[in-house]
Design a protein around this ligand. Sequence first.
Ligand SMILES: NC(=O)C1=CN([C@@H]2O[C@H](COP(=O)(O)OP(=O)(O)OC[C@H]3O[C@@H](n4cnc5c(N)ncnc54)[C@H](O)[C@@H]3O)[C@@H](O)[C@H]2O)[C@@H](O)CC1
Ligand SMILES: Nc1ncnc2c1ncn2[C@@H]1O[C@H](COP(=O)(O)OP(=O)(O)O)[C@@H](O)[C@H]1O
Ligand SMILES: [K+]
Length: 464
Amino acid sequence: MPRPDQILTVAQMRAAEQALIDGEETVSSLMERAGAGAADYIWRLSAGRPVTVLCGPGNNGGDGYVIARILRERGVAVQVVAPLEPRTAAARAARASWGGETVAHSAGEVFVDCLFGSGLARSLDPALERLLNDLAGAHRLRIAVDLPSGVDADSGACLNADLPVFDLTIALGAWKPAHWQMPAMELMGARRLVDIGIAQVADAMRVSTRPHLAGPPMGAHKYSRGLLSVVGGAMPGAAVLAARAAQGGGAGYVRIETSGREGLPVPPDIVLRRVPTEELLHDRWIDAVLIGPGLGRGSEAQAILAAVLERDIPTVCDADALHLLEPPMLQGRTAALIVTPHEGEREALSEAFGVVGDARIEEVVELAEALSAVVLAKGPDTLIAAPGTPLTFMPPASSWLSTAGTGDVLAGLVASRLAASADDPVRAAEEACWLHAEAARLAGPAFSAGLLAAHLPQAWRAFL
Ligand SMILES: NC(=O)C1=CN([C@@H]2O[C@H](COP(=O)(O)OP(=O)(O)OC[C@H]3O[C@@H](n4cnc5c(N)ncnc54)[C@H](O)[C@@H]3O)[C@@H](O)[C@H]2O)[C@@H](O)CC1
Ligand SMILES: Nc1ncnc2c1ncn2[C@@H]1O[C@H](COP(=O)(O)OP(=O)(O)O)[C@@H](O)[C@H]1O
Ligand SMILES: [K+]
């Protein structure tokens, strides 16, 4: 059974397509199915308005000729712009069955980009870049087929500086990494997937699908729902915010432990333990630990981090902890570890652990291997990597999350979910991202991190 959540690289897609062609299919039959699926979306959205299709030389252009033919058969006024002749046998056959004329330029209502798809090999020549932008600018509604032309399918890079933004991108057969990665994702508008019979590929990457979260069973008590210790440090406000979020993540018991003497604005429903560093986490009932938000980066913070990691309890490291983490601190650990770096923290970790990748996706995967940990690489295009599991892409969340403290909220949530189910840290990371995104949707626009945390109880409703 094909899975609607699988993400394939260009090489995986070609192999999967070849497997179908080695069976009953031909390139043309797949092109027909892909074109028909895309034409359905375009027909509905165009609602009788005229359509312009830009066709390139490869099979993405071939899809364009199929789309043009099907729309014309349904009575739509279609014009085809074809700056390059078709080069593949299937695209030539599709052009022949379109049969209609081509024009040099067109303006009007609906624009369909079938210039290049996953076969894009280099940036668009200036004349093609200009044509693409002129056509996109001359139409009200813009639809990209498979990928917006100019986008690299595997990395999500934009190979040209000036590319149009689309209202809809129709992915064919399977998602490609670019559909879920910046900067390409920003050009795509809404995304839809057309099934053309591509089978499930072993080890394929995946886009996270909405989880179902169970509420506490009838016999639950605070310890059975997970005891989380948030280790505080030099700037206690961040630990309090993370602890507040952790309560909203479902843990039954959230506590802050600190060896500092700072005055902590701790609300009455969060337990505060002040203990010397050597006595931190001396409670065998602790299910998970969060360390990093507000920890500080001095030698004292480093000693606290080393002591916490040595306790070998399921741990989430965020913020300052990610700048202090070094390979020796992880030696001998067996308990789950989740790190939640933003781009800057990820670079610091990569340097500390000697990870050099070609691109973000590879680097995140290698970092997970080097740390033997779950890496939740956050940002507008969040990735979750763990050794031995498929790389997971999170669907985009509200861009209003780009405000100070929302990372502390996420860290608290991840730790809370980890305390509730330490045997599956990848699931904990995914669940936390979903709750975070849903709380952002409910709290927005222009929310603060505190308001985001306050919306977590309501966010649960979407997953129960
Ligand atoms: N993989 C599949 O299962 C299917 C793929 N189909 C379509 O086929 C597409 C891939 O087809 P292709 O591999 O032919 O790739 P494209 O249609 O993206 O184009 C590749 C062609 O353009 C040339 N080219 C690449 N970059 C260029 C540039 N910057 N300037 C000028 N020429 C350039 C290449 O030399 C090659 O001839 C997919 O995106 C999808 O739209 C569908 O037709 C059916 C099923
Ligand atoms: N443009 C954006 N779109 C969606 N989510 C974003 C965007 N920018 C940031 N985020 C999310 O907001 C949070 C910010 O975390 P972080 O950078 O650690 O902030 P802080 O350290 O101030 O708490 C992360 O969960 C990240 O994924
Ligand atoms: K395209």
